[in-house]
Design a protein around this ligand. Structure first.
Ligand SMILES: C[S@@+](CC[C@H](N)C(=O)[O-])C[C@H]1O[C@@H](n2cnc3c(N)ncnc32)[C@H](O)[C@@H]1O
Length: 386
């Protein structure tokens, strides 16, 4: 990724050379150029601002230096469009999902405002040279755009593949699953008479995951109720047969759920991750599919299909932010209860290394069947019908 900064205070951006961005530059993941906007002025005082048309307080940044800077940076020329970022309190808020989106770009150019902001024509012109995004750090006014550019850079660059040592730590962070992160602890287990919550020392991964989810939910509800979708607070949900109109939501849910499988099994070679809407519609025709809606949102699903005396169970999924509430267990029990009359055995597949699924299925009475065929990287589990 290449980053360019247009600023009248280049020294303000010195911290970009420190810490992880500095390391990313060394690793060749990042190329970073800070430009003094005043080099594109032609008067003795290197003037970059002027009084506003229409009157009013303060000064406005002149268009000409930006225009020349864009030319010098060859924006709009050659291959690969740049994304030009204007930091402004009237922009779209910087969020984790925006940072993730920006981390997919090849080139970001930051135009840092000062004074009362930048002449609007600079933004209009930039829109003809590349993608323009106006981004705000929050609902308050800073003196200049440099702090915002630093914050955006840090949020974006740490998401670049290969930047952070432990990719899993990125997935578990605040805002990644729509919730704030649960409280974290390290050694010693007792510090100044304060104990680490016992569940974290239990070694029981299922209980630990459930505790963390519950803590994350509670913290989010207390501090940021605006982040909680009604579905997370909903205590009532019902399992109902799927209809064709559920297909787009099923496809989205499927992708969200199987990303975890891909991480656990270290492969993207999973059919559920590559299906189209037509594939989902075909699945709806061929299987008995059930869904769960909570506060109107489709949050879970399961499918069943008779093959002689075997009731094949598939596509058991619960939205990542809804896991740990017993929905998976309820869906599994439901699909068993609607099995074809001739069923003697329930059967299902899961990833060889999907530890969480293995625990859930084992608890529900399923046994690993090494003697039965399964796709590469997958295993078969069965349970006798009682
Ligand atoms: C004093 S501010 C100008 C504020 C402008 N008159 C307004 O009311 O929107 C100067 C510069 O600081 C930057 N800035 C200020 N607050 C910001 C925020 N919340 N997010 C991003 N950039 C901000 C922008 O680049 C802005 O052009």
């Amino acid at each position: 990724m290449r980053l360019d900064y247009l600023t009248i205070f280049p020294d303000y951006l010195d911290p970009l050379q420190l810490s992880l961005p500095g390391k990313a530059i060394e690793k060749g993941l990042l190329e970073l150029h800070v430009h003094d906007l005043r080099q594109w002025t032609h008067d003795r005082h290197h003037t970059v601002d002027d009084t506003p048309y229409g009157g009013g307080a303060g000064m406005v940044m002149k268009p000409e230096p930006f225009g020349e800077a864009f030319e010098a940076l060859a924006l709009g020329e050659g291959e690969g469009e740049a994304t030009i970022l204007f930091t402004t309190p009237s922009g779209e808020p910087l969020t984790q999902s925006l940072a993730r989106e920006l981390s997919t770009r090849e080139r970001l150019v930051f135009a840092c405002g000062r004074y009362e902001g930048i002449d609007q024509r600079v933004l209009d012109h930039a829109g003809t040279l590349g993608e323009v995004r106006e981004i705000s750090l929050g609902d308050y006014v800073l003196n200049g755009g440099e702090v915002a550019a630093l914050a955006i850079t840090e949020a974006v660059v740490r998401l670049l593949p290969g930047f952070m040592g432990n990719a899993a730590s990125l997935v578990e962070e605040s805002h990644e699953d729509g919730l704030l992160e649960y409280p974290v602890y390290t050694k010693p287990a007792t510090w100044r008479d304060r104990e680490v919550p016992a569940v974290l020392l239990s070694g029981d991964h299922g209980r630990i995951a459930a505790w963390r989810h519950e803590q994350a939910l509670r913290r989010t509800a207390e501090r940021r109720p605006d982040l909680i979708h009604a579905s997370q607070g909903a205590s009532e949900w019902e399992i109902v047969p799927a209809v064709r109109a559920d297909a787009p939501e099923l496809l989205t849910l499927q992708l969200a759920c199987w990303v975890q499988e891909a991480l656990d099994n270290d492969t993207l070679d999973i059919p559920a991750l590559h299906e189209s809407l037509d594939d989902v519609l075909a699945h709806l025709e061929a299987w008995d599919v059930y869904v769960v809606r909570a506060a109107g949102r489709l949050v879970g699903s399961v499918s069943g299909h008779a093959e002689g005396d075997l009731w094949s169970i598939g596509r058991l999924m619960v939205a990542p932010d809804q896991q740990g509430r017993g929905m998976g267990r309820a869906l599994l029990a439901h699909i068993e209860s609607v099995a074809a009359p001739a069923t003697t055995t329930y059967g299902l597949f899961t990833g060889e290394r999907s530890a969480r699924n293995h625990r859930i299925y084992k608890k529900a009475g399923y046994r690993l069947r090494g003697d039965l065929a399964a796709a590469p990287g997958a295993v078969t589990l069965t349970k006798r019908r009682r």
